[in-house]
Design a binder for this molecule. Structure first.
Ligand SMILES: [Zn+2]
Length: 452
């Protein structure tokens, strides 16, 4: 089947249901479904129920399912024509907390259109993933040309702790030949992408102690170190002067740089003009295929409470991103042994290992990958590229373990300006139409392949 022709046939059908799909997305985005600990669980339940209702209206026999101590998920299945393969469509209906309200130009839970973008928490990450699946199903009037299973979880933003439980319990409903994880980003406006690598992560908390109690800094300073002096030295040893990670035993692979310029990157992050980029090699390899270590928290006496005192203890939390191809636990071991060998003046170290998540390298061959690549290219009218992401989706391993024969395909609903997890999150509505056309086209192309 010709991908271009199929995409051209499907586009008017996607457009015809867009008002309905968008209204569903806006209803979802009005629900503050934060899954993090400490937030009200009732909205997460409501977003699960609405997700199931929207899939039912799109022709899927969807239901809300729960597990002990977990936020609810939504599962469903529509059989394809005999002999066709089945794709599992994944998204998540929970969201990140909105952060300070005054940093948002409009109410985070009242979706608002400005300049062709729909603003609001979850309009992109990842309620747009749900909306994409709805649009693809609606393009076929609820009877897709391949088998479709859906799985929409409610605790991705808080770590997907029960995802494996759900996959095992619902295996019969979710069994599949390929998985589309609609929770990543395209390369840029006008350029679709498949995410084929993701870094893993490893957390470490390091406490440095130099004394049993605090003492007068005038009386003892000069002979006795304070805890922050020791901690900042060991933290400074993690990078060289160019900002390259200095921990031994980590993989660093350079890849051909994609056309991301320093200027664009600075625009995305709001870098101060005097601040230089760190690391070496192509800009994309620094974020995708090399390790990074960030200091994400520090417990020490605050400036407001500071007095002329040598403080005995200080603590930092480190977040390491682990390059594809490296075991996350081994990378965490390398970081721990670096800290142990670089602590100055015999200060006492207490290291607490946090969770690790494995890096991901996806398939770039096979019928599902080929169908997706062709579908994306046809929807945008330009070839899709393979990209990496610096962040992690540790649960991909749960899918790989549960459905070992299935191709895992990570697709984008976001673009670089979507501001997922940050204030003023938004969805580019023009790109969103292409995302929907591409997924509908994929269903057709994948249905034309046969189960092996
Ligand atoms: Zn997400």
């Amino acid at each position: 089947m010709n991908a271009e022709q199929l995409a051209a046939d499907l586009r008017p059908k996607v457009r015809a249901s867009m008002a309905e799909v968008r209204s569903g997305l806006e209803r979802l985005a009005r629900i503050p479904s934060m899954s993090a600990a400490g937030y009200d669980a009732a909205p997460v339940q409501r977003s699960a129920e609405l997700t199931a209702e929207l899939f039912k209206a799109a022709g899927v026999d969807a239901r809300v399912v729960g597990r002990q101590g977990a936020h609810p998920a939504v599962v469903g299945r529509v059989p394809g024509p005999p002999g066709t393969p089945t794709v599992l469509l994944y998204a998540h209906h929970d969201v990140q907390p909105p952060g300070p309200r005054d940093r948002w130009q409009t109410d985070p839970f009242e979706p608002t259109e400005r300049d062709g973008r729909l603003y609001g928490r979850g309009t992109a990450d990842d309620k747009a993933g749900i909306a994409t699946h709805l649009a693809a199903l609606r393009a076929y009037g609820g009877t897709p040309p391949c088998g479709v299973a859906i799985f929409v979880e409610g605790e991705e933003e808080s770590g997907s702790a029960h995802l494996m439980d759900y996959l095992v319990a619902e295996r019969a409903t979710l069994d599949c030949d390929a998985v589309i994880i609609a929770d990543s980003s395209n390369w840029r406006i006008g350029r679709p992408a498949i995410t084929t690598t993701l870094r893993g992560n490893a957390l470490v908390t390091v406490e440095v102690r130099v004394a049993d109690h605090a003492v007068h800094s005038g009386a003892y300073g000069g002979a006795v170190p304070d805890a922050l002096m020791a901690l900042t030295r060991v933290l400074a040893s993690l990078h060289d002067d160019q900002g390259r990670v200095a921990v031994k035993g980590l993989k660093h692979s350079d890849t051909d740089g994609l056309d991301l310029t320093e200027k664009e990157l600075r625009g995305y992050v709001g870098s101060r003009p005097s601040v230089k980029l760190i690391g070496d090699g192509s800009i994309t390899s620094r974020m995708w295929t090399k390790p990074s270590i960030s200091i994400i928290g520090l417990d020490a006496t605050s400036v407001q409470e500071a007095s002329n005192t040598l403080w005995p203890v200080a603590t930092a939390r480190l977040s390491m991103r682990v390059p594809p191809g490296q075991d996350a636990k081994a990378a965490q071991d390398a970081l721990v042994s670096h800290l142990e060998t670089h602590i100055p003046w015999g200060a006492e170290l207490t290291i607490t290992r946090g969770p690790t998540g494995e890096a991901f390298t996806g398939a770039t061959t096979g019928p599902a990958y080929a169908a997706l690549k062709a579908a994306l290219g046809a929807a945008w009218g330009t070839e899709a590229i393979d990209i990496g992401q610096g962040g992690s989706i540790p649960f991909l391993f749960d899918f790989a373990r549960t459905f070992p024969g299935a191709a895992l395909l990570v697709t984008g609903v976001e673009d670089p300006a979507s501001n997922a997890h940050s204030e003023n999150e938004s969805l580019h509505l023009g790109e969103f139409e292409n995302v929907c056309v591409a997924e509908a086209t994929f269903l057709g192309l994948f249905g034309a392949t046969r189960r092996s």
